[in-house]
Ligand binder design. Structure first.
Ligand SMILES: Nc1ncnc2c1ncn2[C@@H]1O[C@H](COP(=O)(O)OP(=O)(O)OP(=O)(O)O)[C@@H](O)[C@H]1O
Ligand SMILES: [Mg+2]
Length: 347
């Protein structure tokens, strides 16, 4: 099976080709991303109108490059997958219309997919051994923060969400207050790592950042109070610039404690065999370290999984992976694929 996937939900224009190996595993043949980060960095965040215009310019060259790198001719494709949401509508349209047009022109089935499903399935690429269910999924990105229970492929139930900002947003807005660039996650992570590298053991926290909703008894999150707390602490400290690394470290610890502890509580409650962290924030080394360390203690029977770094922030390989598992695991879609029914334009 060969799938072309297209992703354009925010500020990355991406296309990827996935094929099936001899033993039925998904294999990424190409993963092309045209990032607009440098363009949006000057504004401190994504400007939807600018993002849409960049997608229009880049989408065809990106798809052409993905097919070329994968040495794949359109005739060899079995399906085209595309992100249908959630995302910026003006950005999504570029990918959707391109996928629809190509599916029509090449007479291929078209599969519209949820972007978050893609982030989750990123963790299923390049697995050495099959991941065992039930799994607790933590998805942490620029626009989402959620915990879901996954009983099997396609059976996903959200059990907790953020009530205000996403964790990525807490990073990005925190970074803005600290005068660091966009995207804020990598910038805060870097200064936080510089700070902790100066200590032999885990540094003691002295700034007193709160852990909102840590003991709320559910799996929801709230990051806006933490963000406000950073704002007030900076206002009250005329010397904060000289302690910026400490601010980054302690602010990050507060965000990550919430993500890690709530995920582990969920894993314990649902007796999860696997714990998956995905989305842009899952690129964070400290999150990875903390989740692995704490899981050993709190849920020693669960195995922790993260996507390969290249598949953490927005990319099309993750959408191809979601399409692959849908087509393989869902009997209805499987017969849809076998029969090669006519082009289904209603996503
Ligand atoms: N190393 C890192 N540490 C912490 N956060 C990070 C890191 N790298 C990226 N991020 C954060 O990840 C976010 C981007 O992730 P992603 O591309 O998955 O989000 P998005 O696509 O904008 O949002 P969504 O997927 O919810 O629509 C940004 O908020 C960024 O700051
Ligand atoms: Mg995303």
């Amino acid at each position: 099976m060969r799938i072309l996937a297209i992703e354009s939900s925010c500020d990355e224009t991406a296309a990827s080709v996935l094929s099936t190996t001899k033993n039925g595993k998904p294999s990424i043949l190409s993963n092309v991303i045209s990032s607009q980060i440098a363009i949006h960095a000057q504004y401190g965040g994504v400007i939807p109108e600018v993002a849409a215009r960049e997608h229009v310019l880049n989408i065809i060259p990106v798809v052409a490059e993905a097919l070329k790198l994968a040495k794949t001719k359109p005739q060899q494709l079995d399906a085209i997958a595309v992100t249908k949401g959630p995302g910026l509508i003006t950005s999504l349209i570029s990918g959707m219309e391109t996928a629809r047009t190509l599916a029509f022109a090449w007479n291929k089935p078209l599969l519209g997919l949820n972007h978050i499903e893609g982030h989750i399935y990123a963790a299923f690429l390049e697995l050495k051994k099959d991941l065992k269910f039930p799994a607790i999924v933590l998805t942490v990105s620029g626009g989402h923060t959620l915990i879901a229970i996954m009983k099997e492929h396609g059976d996903l139930k959200i059990i907790g969400e953020t009530r205000d900002d996403a964790a990525g947003e807490a990073y990005d807005k925190g970074a803005k207050m600290l005068g660091l660039g966009y995207p804020g996650g990598p910038a805060i992570a870097k200064l936080a790592a510089n700070y902790s590298a100066r200590f032999f053991e885990k540094p003691k926290e002295t700034l007193g950042f709160p852990r909102p909703m840590m003991n709320s008894g559910d799996f929801d999150f709230s990051f806006s109070g933490l963000k406000t707390s950073l704002l007030y602490k900076l206002k009250a400290d005329s010397n904060w610039q000289n302690r910026i690394e400490q601010y980054c470290y302690e602010y990050q610890e507060a965000i990550l404690d919430l993500l890690v502890e709530k995920s582990l509580k969920a894993a314990k409650k649902y007796q999860a065999t696997s714990i998956i962290a995905s989305g842009g924030v899952s690129a964070n080394y400290r999150l990875r370290e903390k989740l692995i360390e704490r899981a050993k203690i709190v849920t020693p029977n669960s195995q922790v999984y993260f996507p390969e770094m290249a598949y953490t922030t927005d990319n099309a390989a993750m959408m191809a992976a979601a399409a692959f598992f849908r087509l393989n695991q869902n009997p209805k879609l499987k017969s849809w694929q076998k029969e090669k029914v006519e082009l289904n334009l209603s996503l």
